[in-house]
Write a protein that binds this ligand. Sequence first.
Ligand code: HAM
Length: 499
Amino acid sequence: MRDILPPESALWNRVEQIAREVFGTFGFAEIRVPIFEQADLFARSIGTETDIVSKEMFTFEDRPADVPNPRGKILTVEETGALEEAVRSGKIPSSDQNVTFIHELRKVLDQLVQLDGAASDETTVSRVKEYQRLIQAYVYLAQFVRLGDSLTLRPEATASVVRAYIEHGMHVLPGNVKLYYMGPMFRRERPQKGRYRQFYQIGAEVLGSSDAPGIDAEVIEMLMRLFERLKLKGAVLNINSIGDKNCRPAYVEKLRAELKKVREQLGPDSQRRIETNPLRVLDSKLEHEQPIIEKLPRIAKHLCESCREHYTEVKRQLGMRGIAYMENWRLVRGLDYYMSTTFEITAPGLGSQNAVCGGGRYDGLVELLGGPATTKGIGFAIGTDRLVLSLQEGGEGDADKAGGIDVYLAWFGAAAHSAAIGLARRLRDAGFVVELPAVEMKFGKSLGLADRLKARHAVIVGDNELAAGVVTVKRLSDGTQQKLGETELFAYLQTAKSM
Ligand code: HAM
C-alpha cells in the first residue's frame, strides 16, 4: 500500500475528472459500492480456482469483540457459557453447524474439567495422553465454529455491481443500465512497479438484455476516447473471443488433452493448471513454455457459429469506429466470469505489469448470482495507478506539477491583517488560489516564503497601501511590481491567469 501525494494527486484528480466527463457523454452514471462484501460473492463470481480467490483476497471474520473465540484458546467454563448464550441470542450465527459444534465443545470441556479435578497429583503417561487427546479434539471442533460472516475487501468491483443490480431490481429499468465506478481494490499480490496491494480502478459496466456486438464496440470506443483525451501515448488494444458455454468446454477439453501430452515440459504452475484451469496456461510468461504454447490448439478454430459471428461483428464495428486492434488468441483473462469478447489495453513505461485496462463480456454472471437469466453484461476496469504511471512516463503529468498559488498575500500590521482577510475572501470567491500567512512576518522572510512556495504573485498590504487605498502587486517570475486598486488588481490577476 502506498500514499499518493501532491503534486501527483493533481494528475489523479484530472484523470478521474476526465473519466467522469467522457463516461457521462456515453450515458453512464456513477455507482458507489461498499469496500467489503461477503467473501462468497467474490468466490462465486471470480471463481475459486483463480489466483485472486485462492491466494490474494483479504478476508476476515466479522465477529463481535465481546464473544469469546474458541479458536484462540481453550475457553473457561464461564466463557463457554457466554459463547452458548451468544449462539442462543443470535449474536453469532445460530446455524445448525454452530449449535452442534458449540455443544460438542462443551462436552470436551466438561471432560477436561473432570480430568483436572480428579484427585491425583500424579503425572502418569496415560493422564498426559488423555489431556492430549481432549485438547486435540477441542482444537479440531473449534475450527468449525463461525463467529460471524466472512467478509472480503473487494479485489474488483464487477461482482459488487452485479450484486447491486440484482438487489435493486435494476433489470426493470428501460434500455441498458450503464454504470461506472472508481475507487480502491485490494489484492494480496507480490508488490512491484505497477502492482500494489491497495490499487485503484476506474471501471464501467453495461447490463441489459442485449449482447449486441455494437455494445462491445462502443464500450471499447469509450475507453479509447478517454485515453485520447488524456493524451496517453502508445496504448495498444488486444482483443479475443473465448467462446461461451456451448463451445468453450469442448475447447478446454481439447486443450487439456494436448497439455497432458507435454506435461513433463511444463513448469509446476502450468502443470497444476492442466487440471484446474487449462486456459490459464496460455497466460504463462515462462520463457521455455512459449514454443510449446504456440503449438497448442487455438480457440478461434473452435468457436461455435454464434460466437464466431459475434466476434466478427465486434471487429467490424471497431473498424467502423476507426479503432485499431490486435487479435491475441492467448488473451484469456484471469477471472472465471468471462465469455465471448475479452480485451486488454497495454501502455508503455510499465515494465512487466503493462496491462493498463482489462475487460470483457460476462453474460452468465447475473444469473449465477441469482438475477434474471436474460441479463447480459460487459465492462472493463482501468488500473488507475498504472494509467497515471504511464502518463507520467510520457511527460503528461508535468502540467499538474505547476505550483498552484496565484496570490501570496503578505500583510504587515494589525490594520492590514484585517484588510488582508477580507481581500483573501474576495479573491478566493473569484476563484484565485490564495495563501494568507497566519502570523505576521518580517518583509524579507514573508516574500522569501512566497518565492519558495512558487506563488505567481505576491500582493502586499501594509500601512502605506491602506492609506492610499491600493495594494502592491509583485510578479514573482521577474520582480516587476505596481500599485493597483482592487478592481484593477482583479483584472490584472485574471489576465495573468488566462495567459
Ligand atoms: P483485472 O484484469 O483483474 O479485471 O483488473 C483490471 C486492471 O486493474 C488491470 O488491467 C490492472 O491495470 C489493474 N490492476 C489489477 N491488479 C492490480 C494491482 N495489484 N496493482 C495495480 N493495478 C492492478 C478486473 O478487475 C475486472 N473486474 C474488469 C472488468 C470489469 N471486467 C468486466 N467488467
